[in-house]
Design a protein around this ligand. Structure first.
Ligand code: C2E
Ligand code: MG
Ligand code: MG
Length: 582
């Protein structure tokens, strides 16, 4: 509503222009006298001249005062022509007639005149009719301005949503598809081609959508965000022709070569669902493929639908799951090599979901990392781990250091160091009892900022471990400047997952060369290294040869619930190497 008011205020700020069409000079002069204080005036002596002036002043004229009887082209003929011309047909016309010519008036109204005034003019009545007609048309055009996107002429988003929902109701037997078009990196397109050309590209897309809508009969489209389009149209199986047309029309314009379009298509949408939600789903499929330029078309299908639904449910369930204590922390031992003695543990979260059962972190952590909810989960794990360490110290007299994971999104939260420090204080722990694991990929986003955060944590005496080291994100340069205490080698270095036909020996060789260089880095930085994912005795041997001091993995123990972990704490000198392997 606020926007509508602003638009109206703006409109009434400007003086409106009236075109007076009359062959009699005296009439033109009279109208000039009555109207010039309030309006800008243009004059024509006949219909033909009026048409020319209308074309020259397209969009500027707010009203035409039209005499009916004129030479060259009279008022009737003018109206006949005008109503076929898109620019002119929208301008309201007040016909000026001579008193008691009722027939003329009826004829003129039939031809689309908005009103009439009789000559000789009564200035007051005439002015009232003029202002009433203009404001009536203005308010209609404000609505149409809000309804339409001014750049492309397509609907604006809000109107699209409400019309699309209405459309579904009006055609209950039709199955609908929703199509979404997104321009990759539109801001770069603006930088590259300039705003005007970028808008031309938007118009080109709008034209293609409009053209397609004509062919499909029903259907409407809108521009939503600056570079995002939605279209609802009757279901079709094949979008190839449509897409081919889009691509060829873009290829035919060498000036817009670097524009990458992404399409999301959701066929047979759920007609009960509010269209806004449907559109959200289509966008999320599009965003999935963003940046993968070879893959521009994504179908929103049943599998994706189920996946998204599942995700949505998890998001909604999280607060109550935290309240109901459905999350549980498991502990996985870290051992010294080669003797397998317990030196620490990693706290790893699990979700005991009443409906879905036991859920490993990979099934929900990435989702919560994306929407920021991970902070809630991590805070729970941090506190629960601190509480558990306190319980074990009280029970066993001491406890090995235990590490918690700090998600890549938490890392940049300025409150994070305080929050963790508070937990340590609350459970009266030595700060060295709680190690912090920060994944290597977190170092990518803003390395210099992260260095500051890690320095802050280390100044508080926290031990910081770099998790998943070697997963490929950091450059040597970056590593050199990183303040860390422990390197945790990515599991992939030990995993046997290559199937490239090369003899196993060469594969092992390659891996050990890589491992060796990573160990050199650890050595050079003078920090201990721990290998994740140790599963076999051979791996223990290889790591020992490479002077990797520590290991964590199924070979020693899977992550286990707190109660089970106690058996390691009860006998801290015992080796965790399975007896069968000794
Ligand atoms: P991560 O921090 O790198 O944790 C190590 C993962 O390797 C754990 O998976 C662990 O169970 C698994 N693992 C340990 N030994 C072996 C082995 O010998 N073989 C194999 N194949 N896997 C092994 P998990 O528990 O499924 O956790 C996966 C990831 O989820 C973790 O990777 C971590 O990034 C994240 N995560 C777990 N708990 C939390 C948490 O509380 N907060 C946050 N932010 N992330 C967590
Ligand atoms: Mg970890
Ligand atoms: Mg790891």
């Amino acid at each position: 509503m606020g926007d509508q008011k602003k638009a109206a205020d703006k409109l009434y700020d400007i003086r409106r222009t009236i075109l007076v069409v009359d062959d009699e000079e005296v009439n033109r002069e009279l109208l000039k006298k009555y109207l010039r204080d309030d309006y800008e005036l243009l004059f024509a002596c006949n219909g033909l001249e009026a048409l020319r002036i209308c074309h020259e002043n397209a969009g500027r004229i707010a009203l035409i005062m039209l005499d009916l009887v004129m030479p060259v082209m009279d008022g009737y003929e003018f109206m006949e022509v005008a109503r076929k011309e898109p620019d002119i047909s929208l301008i309201p016309i007040i016909v000026t007639t001579v008193k008691d010519m009722e027939e003329d008036e009826i004829h003129a109204l039939k031809l689309g005149a908005s009103d009439f005034v009789t000559k000789p003019y009564s200035p007051e009545i005439m002015k009232l009719r003029v202002s009433r007609t203009i404001s009536q048309v203005d308010s209609e055009s404000i609505i149409s301005r809000l309804e339409r996107d001014t750049v492309t002429g397509l609907y604006s988003e809000n109107f699209f949503f409400s019309y699309a929902d209405r459309l579904k109701m009006e055609y209950p037997d039709v199955s609908w598809d929703v199509l979404c078009v997104d321009i990759e990196n539109y801001h770069l397109v603006i930088d590259m081609y300039g705003k005007e050309e970028a808008e031309n590209i938007l118009r080109a897309i709008a034209d293609i959508l409009r053209d397609d809508m004509w062919k499909s009969g029903v259907g409407i489209a809108c521009r939503s965000d600056s570079d995002l389009f939605f279209m609802i149209l009757p279901h079709r199986n094949d979008y190839k022709t449509f897409l081919r047309k889009v691509f060829s029309s873009f290829e035919s314009r060498p000036d817009i070569h670097h524009v990458i379009l992404h399409f999301g298509i959701y066929q047979n949408i759920d007609r009960e669902e509010h269209i806004e939600k449907t559109c959200d789903k289509v966008i999320s499929t599009v965003y999935k493929t963003r940046g993968v330029s070879s893959l521009c078309i994504t179908y929103y299908d049943k599998k994706m639908r189920d996946e998204l639904m599942e995700r949505q449910i998890l998001i909604e369930e999280l607060p109550s799951a935290l309240r109901d204590k459905q999350f549980e922390v498991y502990y996985q031992p870290k051992c010294s090599l080669p003797d397998g003695k317990l030196v620490g543990a990693e706290a790893l979260v699990r979700w005991n979901n009443p409906e879905r059962g036991f859920m490993p972190p990979d099934s929900f952590i990435p989702l919560f990392e994306k929407n920021g909810q991970i902070y809630q989960v991590d805070k729970f794990v941090w506190e629960e781990t601190c509480r558990q360490i306190r319980e074990w110290i009280d029970k066993f007299g001491s406890c090995v250091p235990i590490s918690v994971n700090i998600s890549r999104t938490d890392v940049y939260d300025p409150k994070m160091p305080d929050v963790i420090s508070e937990f340590v204080k609350k459970y009266d722990l030595d700060i060295k009892q709680l190690h912090l694991e920060i994944t290597e990929s977190a170092y990518m986003r803003d390395p210099s900022q992260l260095v500051k955060i890690v320095e802050n944590l280390r100044n508080r005496s926290f031990v910081v471990e770099m998790d998943d080291f070697g997963s490929g994100y950091s450059s040597l340069n970056m590593i050199a400047g990183l303040p860390i205490d422990i390197l945790k080698l990515d599991m992939r270095f030990l995993r046997d997952d290559r199937d490239d036909g090369k003899p196993k020996d060469s594969e092992n060789n390659e891996k050990s060369v890589l491992l060796r260089s990573i160990m050199d880095i650890a050595d050079w930085k003078k920090v201990p290294a721990i290998a994740e994912g140790v599963e076999t005795k051979d791996q223990v041997g290889m790591l020992t040869d490479l002077k990797c001091g520590y290991g964590q993995g199924y070979f020693f123990s899977r992550p286990v619930p707190a109660r089970e972990f106690e058996k390691f704490l009860e006998n801290p000198e015992r080796s965790l190497i399975p007896e069968t392997e000794n």
